[in-house]
Design a protein around this ligand. Structure first.
Ligand code: URA
Length: 238
């Protein structure tokens, strides 16, 4: 594929802007300076730099972000900065979207992609993908509270009760809660319906993928083949 088209596919601007980038001598491919925007390169394993920044050609972008607090998962936020300000503009330019949303005050693991199929798969409730949250409560949990979450609580506007797939106390005010749906404000509503209140919410796992300890709030990284395999590796529930 021509280098200008490659750059365009990776979010570096219009075809015209990408041609100009190349002509201006700002691009190298596989270690060599390139000034002809029409030069063709095989895509497999292609690495390039733009203004000395390294990039690898990716047909589709799949990544994870450690969502920090006080960020909104939307392109047009109302009160807080958008999570998309935490990503290189090339990724938003190529249409990367979050897989579902976390509330502005929720922190933790968020997947993003420009692959519609990937987004659909990992946001669908049908696959019953476990999502694990560390929940900080306003009031100490009780056996009755945990029983309700595990047996099911009826949420406003829902026909059927929703159950936690797992609920494991950490200490008097915190617990791990695993849910397999992705309903609006689901954890907060479940906790509220069981008579308590969420004071802090952090997602640390989706499927079998855990938020890597090396990521700090606001950091992102590409999903490696090992991350993708871990994502798929979760126990199926009925
Ligand atoms: N459940 C919630 O209530 N909020 C989130 O951000 C995620 C799950």
């Amino acid at each position: 594929m021509q280098i200008a088209r490659i750059l365009q596919s990776q979010g570096f601007g219009s075809r015209r802007e990408c041609r100009s980038l190349v002509r201006a001598g700002r691009v190298t491919v596989n270690g060599n300076a390139v000034d002809d925007p029409f030069l063709e390169f095989p895509l497999d394993g292609l690495v390039f730099t733009v203004d000395d920044e390294d990039w690898e050609y990716r047909e589709k972008a799949c990544l994870m972000l450690y969502k920090p607090p006080a960020h909104e998962c939307t392109h047009k936020p109302h009160f807080y900065p958008s999570i998309y300000t935490l990503l290189p503009p090339e990724l938003t330019a190529r249409g990367v979207q979050s897989v579902g949303r976390l509330d502005q005050d929720t922190t933790g693991l968020l997947l993003l992609s420009d692959n519609g199929q990937f987004i659909h798969t990992w946001s669908s409730g049908k696959k019953r993908i476990p999502k694990r949250y560390r929940v900080t409560l306003k009031h100490p949990h009780t056996p009755e509270f945990i029983r309700q979450l595990l047996e099911g609580v009826l949420l406003h506007d829902e026909a059927e009760p929703v159950r936690a797939a797992d609920c494991t106390p950490i200490d008097a005010l915190t617990l791990w809660l695993t849910i397999t749906e992705g309903k609006y404000h689901q954890v907060k509503r479940m906790v509220g319906a069981a008579g308590n209140r969420v004071e802090g919410l952090h997602r640390d796992c989706i499927g079998g993928l855990q938020l890597p300890a090396v990521l700090e709030p606001g950091d992102w990284c590409w999903l490696s083949p090992a991350h993708l395999a871990a994502l798929e590796d979760y126990p199926q529930t009925a």
